[in-house]
Design a protein around this ligand. Structure first.
Ligand code: NAD
Length: 503
């Protein structure tokens, strides 16, 4: 770690986190200050949004080494992984937002039915206001600063609550944010569940939460008290079905998807469903892919991460121990070291679908492989369980692709790859059912943090609505209804997705 020299951070430009008082403000103070900034429309102008986005871009470039060091300290995250899956992904989101900001902010005309003419109608995205973003520890940069991009682009002021379980990254973000972003617009509030609960007591205009299903429910309940809209980015057991095609490439891609961040990735293939005959070799081929990536002893590889803490480590080792005493399960791998929180990438064959490892998100480098007889059985297996964040199918044939697309309920579907969809600014990222609600990335993040407001305008100088006022005599009703229906049926709907048809 730390081969690059530390670049000097610029002097503070826009003010201290504590507002110059010398004291860290309370959660309530932060909330009041952000709500004031919201009321003063601080972030409305395009220029201000772009300035903040550029500040975030600079934070990621100039604070890069600090972030890399923190990620290494929290998760043993190898620098290449940290670049690809954390820093670069957010940097790309920032660039993408800056490139499209004007277009996203545009109002769109909506057609007005003949009966309501003369008039004009449009939709215009408005900032929701003050947003709260709560992050998880596994990608502590990406899942905190990623939603921030959409929130800033949409003109919101934002409170960021990093995960306390990635303390080094949380501290670096808390230090860097006030140096690069206007503290009236973005505040970092560090802390654990207690602080998150305090934040959730308060009224926000949008909450974006990344984390577990359990806490997601707590967040949704708290948001409901204020009727606050929520985006819940949760996890789940994302299956990888292997049906046909290049088995070796499939094995490498599944192994890579699983080993990333030592399996602590929300979209990681949680388990494999190997379909039919000819899959006997799959466990061994996947294990060989792990060995090719990290050597015979992955603990010596600089490219392999560690488990976040002892509690998570013990939970995962419990799964390995269960498998080792179960004679029907073959464990390929399974070595671990509590001191360094290392767990070897491990394949488990013959796991009972009713066993504990198949009931909860594994969130570690353990990969159960189960055999099923057909694609239909695989899809039934998936659909009988809570909807996962992603479902993967390895097959080169179009019919299985369309069956999978039509029948499987998941946050995302991907063919012959794992995780990659989650890094694209042109695709919405989010779950369905138990894996979450709402989405973000690129334009979808902008939309999530915007209210698409309709504006309708009609002159009253000449009262063309007279025809619609009571009393509704027989002839009048007929005229009103015929004009209205006629105009609606002939109306051509706008093709732009941001546009809504006229009333
Ligand atoms: P978590 O739910 O334990 O914690 C997430 C956040 O919630 C943290 O900031 C934490 O401080 C806060 N929190 C904890 N207890 C709380 C409470 N009682 N009230 C209010 N807030 C509370 O999740 P985690 O362990 O940090 O993350 C792992 C989970 O996140 C996995 O399920 C993973 O799949 C999911 N995840 C999803 C995505 C995604 O984008 N969909 C990304 C990363 C992780």
């Amino acid at each position: 770690m730390g081969s690059k020299p530390h670049r000097k951070l610029p002097a503070l430009e826009i003010g201290q986190y504590d507002g110059g008082s010398g004291h860290a403000p309370s959660v309530q103070d932060v909330h009041v200050q952000l709500r004031d900034a919201r009321s003063s429309r601080l972030m409305h102008a395009r220029r201000m949004r772009a300035t903040q986005l550029k500040g975030l871009g600079r934070l990621l470039v100039e604070g890069e080494q600090e972030l890399l060091d923190a990620l290494a300290s929290d998760l043993g995250k190898p620098p290449v992984e940290a670049h690809l899956t954390e820093i670069d992904i957010v940097k790309h989101e920032v660039d993408f937002a800056l490139l499209h900001l004007s277009e996203w902010m545009e109002a769109h005309h909506a057609r007005v039915p003949m009966m309501l003419q003369p008039a004009s109608a449009k939709t215009e995205p408005q900032p929701k206001g003050a947003a709260l973003v709560i992050g998880a520890w596994n990608y502590p940069v990406q899942v905190l600063l990623g939603p921030l991009v959409g929130a800033l682009a949409a003109g919101n002021v934002v409170a960021l609550k990093p995960s306390e379980l990635a303390p080094a990254t949380s501290a670096v973000i808390a230090r860097l944010v006030p140096r690069y972003l206007d503290p009236r617009a973005v505040r970092v509030v560090e802390g654990g569940a207690g602080v998150a609960a305090e934040l959730l007591e308060l009224e926000w205009d949008h909450i974006c939460f990344t984390g577990s299903e359990r806490v997601g429910r707590i967040v949704a309940e708290a948001a409901a008290r204020h009727l606050t809209p929520v985006t819940l980015e949760l996890g789940g057991k994302s299956p990888a079905v292997v049906l046909d095609g290049n088995l070796h490439a499939a094995a490498r891609r599944i192994a890579h998807g699983k080993a990333l961040n030592a399996g602590q990735t929300c979209t990681a293939p949680d388990y494999v469903l190997a379909v039919g005959q000819g899959m006997e070799k799959l466990p061994e081929v996947i294990h060989r892919a792990f060995v090719r990536f990290f050597g015979r002893d992955a603990s010596t590889s600089r490219d392999y991460g560690r488990i976040v803490n002892r509690k998570a480590f013990d939970r995962l080792v419990g799964f390995i121990e269960d498998a080792e005493i179960d004679r029907s399960v073959t464990v390929i791998g399974g070595r671990h070291d509590a001191e360094t929180l290392y767990i070897e990438p491990t394949v488990l064959v013959g796991v009972d679908p009713a066993s504990p490892i198949m009931q909860e998100e594994i969130f570690g480098p353990l990969l159960p492989i189960l055999r099923v007889e057909s694609l239909d059985e695989a899809m039934q297996f998936i659909n009988a369980r809570p909807s996962p964040l992603a479902a993967y199918l390895f097959s080169e044939r179009p019919r299985p692709h369309s069956a999978f697309e039509q029948q499987v309920r998941a946050g995302a579907i991907a063919f012959n790859v794992c995780n990659l969809h989650a890094g694209m600014s042109t695709l919405p990222f989010g779950g369905v059912g138990a894996s979450g609600m709402g989405n973000y990335h690129g334009r979808f993040g902008f939309d999530t943090f915007s209210q698409l407001r309709p504006v309708f305008s009609k002159t009253a100088l000449v009262d063309t609505l007279k025809i619609a006022y009571p009393p509704y005599r027989k002839g009048k009703t007929r005229v009103v209804r015929s004009v209205n229906l006629g105009s609606a049926s002939k109306q051509k709907l706008e093709v732009n997705p941001g546009d809504k048809p006229g009333m």
